[in-house]
Design a protein around this ligand. Sequence first.
Ligand code: HEC
Length: 155
Amino acid sequence: MQDTQATAMQRQTIMRTGMQAARLGMLLTAAVLAMPAQAQDAQDPIVGQKLFRQRCASCHWIVDKPGRLTKSGPPLAGLFGRVAGTYPGFSEYSSGLVEWGKTWTPAALDTYIADPKTIAANTSMRIGYAGVRNSQDRAHIIAYLKLAASDPKAD
Ligand code: HEC
């Protein structure tokens, strides 16, 4: 009789401990989800290439090769370190982007693709309704462009 009681109590203790562990697990998951994404954004150029193809490549070549039809946006070769709105031979820039006139850095690109209008109110670039809202997606795209924009063999 006593033995059975002890076993029941032990079982209860084990169950309580298990529930506490599960609850802690849930709290930790919630804490990770609540963390600001930028603090831990991974930068994976392979994922970035996939995202670039989905979200940017309809309007941008990286490299402008002879015989190619021009896309609606400028090629992105040599982007970082180049002044905005100055790709040689591209004549469709908005006045706003040209007036903004700053040198492209990864941080500036992050701002631009998050919401192109924050850089030039009349920009002719449209990425969906707004920009790439997910900072993790932007970090991957920028990681890809850091490699691709300086690679003469990129597409
Ligand atoms: C629907 C077409 C379209 C899509 C999609 C698009 N762009 Fe653009 N992009 C443009 C156009 C048009 C311009 C010229 C904007 C202007 O002059 O205001 C531009 C300009 C740019 C510039 C400035 C280049 C320079 O020479 O100063 C960068 C950088 C850029 N886009 C990156 C991206 C990235 C990265 C993506 C994907 C996340 C993207 N674009 C998606 C059309 C597009």
